[in-house]
Write a protein of this length. Structure first.
Length: 216
């Protein structure tokens, strides 16, 4: 890392911007940083780009949740451009590579990561939505919106016109989205890490179903 002197200041800035608690807080950033570093090192990525992109990738997530922006990936990328331009030691082309990584990390938006660093961030972010951590995050998010523990017939969307959010559940999130993440990894290392996390989710929701229907 060539930019050690500014890292503590930037981390504190992100921590304050993201607030505390929930599925998208600074704890999420810290976990994804560890995963991204592991994948990036194994794949030979530019770890400085990976670090900065990961640190800022969800900085405007709460603004999206509040309805202030339509896409936190785009907003976070522009936020990052503005912020990093204040640091004269950061070259413009470096800042742009970081920002594009952020723009393309969100798998729901249909953007396809192209550079290795973009793929590393995308894989690391998806991995934090899988396994035990992914399940815990799904229930934190679901609890905040009054979702059920279990829903027998998964719907096609989380929220749709006339829907009571109580009709949705983290199990439905698993069926519709989380169970498909394993097939959306871009790197060899990401695919390897996804296997174990995917299997854990399978076991968890199989056991949950058995308990809910009374077989356990």
């Amino acid at each position: 890392m060539k930019f050690e002197k500014i890292i503590p200041e930037l981390k504190e800035y992100v921590r304050k911007e993201m607030g505390k608690g929930g599925a998208h807080d600074f704890d999420h950033i810290a976990r994804v940083l560890k995963i991204a570093e592991r994948i990036g090192e194994a794949e030979g990525a530019d770890l400085d780009v990976v670090f900065f992109a990961t640190l800022f990738h969800d900085i405007d997530r709460q603004r999206e949740d509040k309805g202030e922006v339509s896409c936190h990936a785009e907003s976070s990328a522009e936020h990052t451009r503005r912020l990093l331009r204040n640091y004269l030691l950061l070259p413009g082309d470096f800042i742009e590579r970081v920002a594009v990584c952020i723009e393309r990390h969100r798998f729901r938006e249909g953007r396809t990561p192209e550079s290795l660093e973009e793929k590393v961030l995308s894989d690391a972010d998806k991995l934090d939505a899988m396994g035990a951590t992914g399940i815990a995050r799904a229930y934190i998010f679901g609890g905040a919106f009054g979702e059920r523990v279990w829903e027998e017939n998964p719907k096609n969307e989380r929220f749709y016109p006339g829907m009571d959010v109580y009709e949705y559940s983290p199990r439905t999130e698993y069926v519709l989205k989380l169970s498909k993440l394993k097939e959306k990894m871009f790197t060899k290392t990401g695919r390897k890490l996804a296997e174990r996390r995917h299997r854990f989710m399978e076991i968890f929701f199989e056991e949950l179903e058995n308990e809910v229907i009374g077989d356990r």
